[in-house]
Design a protein around this ligand. Structure first.
Ligand SMILES: C[S@@+](CC[C@H](N)C(=O)[O-])C[C@H]1O[C@@H](n2cnc3c(N)ncnc32)[C@H](O)[C@@H]1O
Length: 498
């Protein structure tokens, strides 16, 4: 059952306008890191196309043997008793069950879970609140996603006789509306299997408007409870913004995801700025010979790609789209191969700005492979491997500092990676006698500053999250670092006193 903390009522106000629909503003000044909302989900559902056990959420193709309609894996013996009983009393024929259980009709499950909220007195208020949420029904009508839901949710639910057995009426618009509400409002949550994802719908957390420069951080713990906190000081009256997409994508990509997935055009400061706040995360290098150092950016009003130094130097949209498609494909094929990734990075650096989102993607890929190499003691990596990873972390951090100012998980993790690698390199150089004890101490002092900065951001994360766990590891590592520094200082004092 969804529980909302008092924080939201005390610190937030729900407003409405023509552009945003309902949105949330701060009722009072908020400190960086201050919690605004802790909330349990109304429903937890698989991502589109997946089928998950109603009890443990593992991927499955099995169904409950009593109700026949809700998924239940072989390891679980039961799911919500009320839902099971309600569906079992509908007594579907073998043909109906066969239709409703078909592999391709995965979207039946989310619709059923939502409609079942309406069947019980206790959950009816949740259903009513959920049905107030934005569904973008009119915008989605007749689109591909509508047709997909028609085929894999409404048609089988209708033909299988489920809709007419439910308490209230349920027509095509209701089914499409519920699926729209999930697509527009649900948050991605971690699935039981590593790297997997599913969705959670929250009463209050779904009300925050979007900005590509958000002032909120969203974190969902292992119990699927959402925590929303301020990433910077927020003055009373400011609109509270979450980011619905990946901040490390370029403007066109972010806007396309928002348009297709959430049905609106983002007008935030970053989307309006052709240089993306000076980061050039979507800029091309101007290859005109008279134009060294010129960057070609997309003008948001006209959509033309023009050099900032010389506006006559332009690129055609078709060239840009094809080039990016090709680059994405090459990155995909080069994944896990550090040599190919480095070669691609060098090749693309002649076409794309060093901070272009695809360059950042490549740099993150390379940094992650370098992490694995450095963790493997047997490979005895040389100094250059550490230095390359440090350089990449620094380059990524420079961009993150602009696009995720304030408290940021991404920035905290990049800083931790940098600090860790710098500490390892300093220790290695000391062991190999390339560093004196004083050099090592100075380096570890710099690392300590970075670790503390990273920890200051991660301390707001709930413990039952990967970042919360990382915080524990970091606290231990910080203590070990401080012990090392103490020993180094003491051994220095011994030398001086002799
Ligand atoms: C998760 S809902 C937010 C709550 C919603 N406004 C409501 O009334 O229930 C997302 C929807 O809010 C609107 N929205 C959110 N952020 C927006 C923005 N920056 N610009 C325009 N519309 C926005 C869009 O209609 C979008 O589909």
């Amino acid at each position: 059952m969804a529980a909302v903390t008092d924080d939201f009522a005390k610190k937030c106000e729900i407003k409405q306008n023509d552009t945003l629909g309902r949105f949330v503003v701060a009722l009072c000044n908020l400190r960086a890191g201050e919690t605004l909302l802790l909330e349990n989900p109304i429903v937890v559902l698989p991502q589109m196309g997946d089928r998950r056990c109603s009890k443990c959420f593992k991927l499955t193709q099995s169904f409950c043997r009593k109700c026949h309609l809700l998924a239940l894996c072989e390891d679980c013996s039961n799911h919500d008793e009320r839902d099971c009983r309600r569906l079992a009393e509908m007594h579907f024929s073998a043909d109906q069950v066969e239709l409703l259980q078909r592999k391709e009709h995965t979207e039946i499950q989310p619709v059923l879970k939502c409609l079942l909220l309406r069947e019980h007195e206790e959950t009816l208020p949740l259903y009513e609140e959920m049905s107030q949420m934005e569904s973008q029904l009119a915008t989605r009508r007749g689109t591909d996603i509508w047709k997909n839901y028609q085929e894999h949710a409404f048609a089988p639910l209708d033909a299988g006789g489920v809709l007419k057995q439910l308490r209230g009426s349920a027509d095509e618009d209701l089914v499409q509306g519920l699926l729209g509400i999930l697509d527009i409002n649900a948050y991605e949550i971690r699935a039981p299997e590593s790297g997997g994802a599913m969705r959670g719908l929250y009463r209050r957390a779904g009300l925050f408007a979007h900005s590509c420069m958000p002032n909120l951080v969203i974190s969902i713990d292992d119990e699927k409870r959402i925590k929303v906190y301020a990433n910077r000081f927020i003055a009373a009256g400011e609109i509270l913004y979450n980011c619905y997409t990946n901040v490390l994508l370029g403007t066109e990509e972010r806007r396309q995801i928002l348009k297709e997935g959430k049905c609106f055009d983002c007008t935030c400061a970053r989307c309006q700025d052709p240089t993306e706040l000076g980061t050039h995360m979507s800029s091309f290098m101007c290859s005109h010979c008279s134009c060294t150092g010129g960057y070609i950016v997309r003008q948001p009003n006209t959509g033309t790609w023009q050099c900032l130094l010389n506006p006559e130097h332009t690129l055609k949209q078709e060239f840009v789209s094809n080039m990016l498609e090709r680059a994405k494909e090459e990155i995909f094929h080069a994944r896990d191969d550090i040599y190919r990734l480095e070669l691609l990075l060098a090749k693309l650096s002649r076409l794309l700005h060093r901070n272009h989102f695809l360059m950042l993607d490549l740099k993150q890929n390379i940094a992650s492979i370098l992490r694995q190499i450095l963790q493997n003691i047997a490979t005895r990596p040389n100094k250059k491997v550490y230095e390359r990873k440090i350089r990449l972390c620094q380059e990524i951090l420079l961009v993150l500092k602009v696009v995720t100012p304030g408290i940021s998980r991404l920035k905290a993790i990049a800083l931790y990676e940098l600090a860790n690698t710098q500490a390892e390199l300093a220790r290695k150089m000391y062991t190999e006698m390339e560093h004196s004890a004083n050099d090592l101490l100075a380096e570890l002092e710099r690392v300590e500053v970075m670790l503390r900065e990273s920890l200051r951001m991660l301390l707001f994360e709930p413990l039952a999250t990967p970042e919360g766990q990382l915080t524990r590891t970091m606290l231990r590592e910080l203590k070990e670092l401080q012990d090392d520094m103490k020993n180094l200082r003491e051994s220095n004092d011994d030398v001086v006193n002799q």
